[in-house]
Design a protein around this ligand. Sequence first.
Ligand code: URA
Length: 213
Amino acid sequence: MNPVPANVRLIDHPLVQHKLTLMRKKEASTNSFRRLLNELAMLMTYEVTRDVPMQAVTIETPLETTTARVIDGKKLVFVSILRAGTGILDGMLSVVPGARVGHIGLYRDPATLVAVEYYFKMPQDMHERDVIVVDPMLATGNSAIAAVDRIKELSPRSVKFVCLLTCPEGIAAMTAAHPDVPIFTAAIDRQLNDHGYILPGLGDAGDRIFGTK
Ligand code: URA
């Protein structure tokens, strides 16, 4: 997809691209896939949190009192779309340990590819929080759209979406449903296949993270 749409932030840093290539390889073990995903999530968080609000605090250095800036991690909520989102979540939490966490359970009906919700748990006071929704694959967009629909019912201050991989179909669907939600991704692949998988992609992210296939 060229040029990259205005609402999409393609994170093409060499470290991110290198690790993503290793993850795509079919021979990558569950162990290395999970470790690489964790590292990629940390690196992507650097870009995703670039504009988060900061606050001034007064601190003592060994030499004097000064004011310096910190992120208010409690205002940030990472929302993991179960189950594959969990793989990204761990890496993000290791660099923003104060973030709150929400979970939304959605599965894709294999026949219709429609997202069906089975779990929804968010922190309190969502209207005061900035939400970052995570799922490794933005494919048909059905799960991402359903997740953001539900989260917006709680009127958060802002919503962003983070994935490893997407494709033109996923971007188009998400942009049509939620044009105000920026999409952060490490790659925009060629297309979806008839089963809703991204090509060339990396296969089923959940199965590869958890070793279930
Ligand atoms: N979900 C996956 O895990 N992989 C794809 O390619 C598409 C959706």
